[in-house]
Design a protein around this ligand. Structure first.
Ligand code: NAP
Ligand code: GLV
Length: 316
C-alpha cells in the first residue's frame, strides 16, 4: 500500500550501506507517493525496481524479478562486480545529480593551487622569504581531462574563464567548445605530452584499470601534477610514488584509492607532495539523486525512454 492506502503503482527497494539508508528511503517515499518504498532487507513484497549503492550479494538473490536497477552513484564498477547481478536487467546510473558542480570546485582548486604555486609560496613563508616567483605563461599550462563525459565536460566548462588550454581524452571523439579533443589509445601520448595538470575522470573498467602507470605518467612533461578523482584502480600507486620521488611529477591530489579507507600504513599518507581527501570530491546528494531517479522511474513506468543507461559491454 502507498501512504494514501491505494494500491502502489510499483514497488521500489532502497539499499544504501550504513545509517543513511533510512534517509534515502524516506526521501524516495516522499518523492514517489504513488509507489511502495521499502528499505533493504525488507523484501517481503517483491520489488519491481531497486535503487542501490554497493549492494550485498544476497540482495539480487532475494529480488529475482527486478525490472531495472538504479545505481545511486555515477560509477558502476562496484555494481557490475557484484557476482549475483542479474545478467539482463537494465542498469541506470546517476548523471551529475549535484556532483558536477562539486567536481568543478575540486579541480579548479587543484589547478589554481598548481598554477599560482601555493605550495612553493607556503615553503617560502616558512623560511620568511619575500621572493616573487615568475608567473608561467598560461599557454604552457595545459589542463588535460581523462574522460570527457558528464563530469569531465563540467570540469572543462568550469576551467574556461581562467584561460588555460584545456584538452580532453575519451574513447570516442567528443566535440566540446573550448576543448581540444583526443580520442582512443593512439592519441593518448599526444594528449599527455601537452598536459601540465592531469585530471582523471574515467570510469573504472577493464580498459582503464592501471592506465596511469610508469609508462603513461612518464609521458607527462616534467613538473606535471596528477589529480585522481575517478577510481583508485586506475592509478598504479608505486609508479606514482617513484615518479614523484624522481622529481618527474610535482604533486598528486588524490581523492580515490585502491583500498578505501586508505590503510594507515600506506605511504601516500606521509608523502610531502601528495594531498589526500577521503573520496569526497563529489559526494552523492540525496535530494538531487532522489529527484533524478524518481523522475526516471515515473517515465519508465509510463513506458518512456530514460537517460543514464549503462552499457555493460563497455563497463560504464
Ligand atoms: P561518463 O559520463 O560515463 O564519462 C566517462 C568518460 O570516460 C567518457 O568520456 C568516456 O568516453 C570516457 N572513457 C571511458 N572508457 C574509456 C577508455 N577506455 N578510453 C578513453 N576514454 C574512456 O562518466 P561520469 O559521470 O563523467 O563519471 C566518471 C567517473 O567519475 C565515474 O565512473 C566514477 O568512477 C567517478 N566518480 C568519482 C566520484 C568521487 O567522489 N570521487 C564521484 C562521481 C564519479 P566516451 O565519451 O567516448 O564514452
Ligand atoms: C562516487 O564515487 C560515484 O561514483 O558516484
Amino acid at each position: 500500500m502507498t501512504v494514501s492506502g491505494a494500491t502502489p503503482r510499483f514497488r521500489l527497494l532502497v539499499q544504501v550501506p550504513g545509517p543513511t539508508q533510512d534517509v534515502w528511503r524516506r526521501a524516495f517515499a516522499a518523492a514517489l507517493p504513488e509507489a511502495a518504498v521499502a528499505a533493504w532487507p525488507d523484501v517481503a513484497a517483491p520489488p519491481d525496481y531497486a535503487a542501490v549503492w554497493k549492494p550485498p550479494v544476497e540482495l539480487f538473490e532475494r529480488c529475482p524479478g527486478l525490472q531495472a536497477i538504479f545505481n545511486l552513484g555515477a560509477g558502476v564498477d562496484a555494481l557490475l562486480a557484484t557476482p549475483t547481478l542479474p545478467a539482463a536487467t537494465p542498469i541506470y546510473r546517476l548523471e551529475d545529480a549535484g556532483m558536477a558542480e562539486q567536481m568543478a570546485e575540486y579541480v579548479t582548486l587543484a589547478v589554481l593551487r598548481a598554477y599560482r604555486e601555493v605550495d612553493a609560496y607556503a615553503e617560502q613563508q616558512r623560511d620568511r622569504i619575500w621572493q616573487p616567483r615568475r608567473r608561467r605563461p598560461k599557454a604552457e599550462f595545459g589542463v588535460g581531462i581523462l574522460g570527457l563525459g558528464v563530469l569531465g565536460q563540467a570540469v572543462a566548462a568550469a576551467l574556461q574563464p581562467f584561460g588555460f588550454p584545456v584538452a580532453g581524452w575519451s574513447r570516442t571523439r567528443r566535440t566540446v567548445a573550448g576543448v581540444t579533443s583526443y580520442a582512443g589509445d593512439d592519441e593518448l601520448g599526444a594528449f599527455l605530452a601537452g598536459t601540465r595538470v592531469l585530471v582523471c575522470l574515467l570510469p573504472a573498467t577493464a580498459a582503464t584499470v592501471d592506465l596511469l602507470d610508469a609508462a603513461t605518467l612518464s609521458l607527462l612533461p616534467r613538473g606535471a601534477e596528477v589529480v585522481n578523482i575517478a577510481r583508485g584502480s586506475l592509478l598504479v600507486d608505486a609508479d606514482l610514488l617513484a615518479l614523484l620521488d624522481a622529481g618527474h611529477l610535482a604533486r598528486a591530489t588524490l581523492d580515490v584509492f585502491r583500498d578505501e579507507p586508505l590503510p594507515a600504513t600506506h605511504p601516500f599518507w606521509h608523502h610531502p607532495r601528495i594531498t589526500i581527501t577521503p573520496h569526497t570530491s563529489a559526494v552523492t546528494r540525496v535530494d538531487a539523486s532522489v529527484a533524478q531517479v524518481a523522475a526516471r522511474l515515473r517515465r519508465l513506468a509510463d513506458g518512456l525512454p530514460i537517460g543514464g543507461r549503462v552499457d555493460r559491454n563497455r563497463g560504464y
